[in-house]
Design a binder for this molecule. Sequence first.
Ligand SMILES: [Zn+2]
Length: 259
Amino acid sequence: MRWGSTTSSSLGRANLAAYVGLVPVGATEQHGPHLPTDTDTRVATALCDAVSGTVENTIVLPPIAIGCSLGHGTTFPGTISLFPEELARLLVRYAEWSAHSGLTKLIFVNAHMGNVGALSTATDRLRFLRPDLQSGWVDWWHASAVVQQAVTADGEDIHANRAETSIMLYIAPESVDAEAMLGADDVDRTGGLTFRYTAEALSRNGVTGRPSEATAELGKTLFEAAVDVIAAKARAGLTEQPPLKPSQRSNDYGHCPHD
Ligand SMILES: [Zn+2]
């Protein structure tokens, strides 16, 4: 089920308290000469749709299409970014507002490395300020050890690389400029650096990695592996409770009740 294509009355009847929400968290940013600027949003949305197709009682919320892309700078055209604190606020608002319709469990499915700080901040705020809600996030490139190894095979600082291009060849082949892809390789220059820099100081064309080696077959393998991991989390999330029930928790914090 998709939130955005469902009527209000259908959402009301669905008993969203029994659902896990999947929020695609993407970006709009330069992705080298061969991939569209909405690559991360497409990847996150496709993952959520695929998970929702296999796990009952999951609903895909509207994708977050603008993420935190400050690392891409302004030299390469196409990037539109929030600042991390703005994205964190937006993520918290997603949780608060979906809860108004009864949905209290959210998994943010992230396809962009620059969003990690905001996702950590938002879910940290939520666990402290809104213990009545449950939220967590998954970065697709960390979905499993196998995925992570394949993703970083052509450099640690991944962007528009072999793995990401492969996933796009699998889910949206018409969006990949195949000719540009063959000449788009650039090396990871972040190894051993002490400080952080924006993309124009690190890459000649906005790419880090070897997209020329991308294949739809590799994309299918990585995509399906990520879907399996996210689906397992969603399935578990349907019934997950905090490990200690309120009645099992310590109420002796070592201070005198009369202080
Ligand atoms: Zn990307």
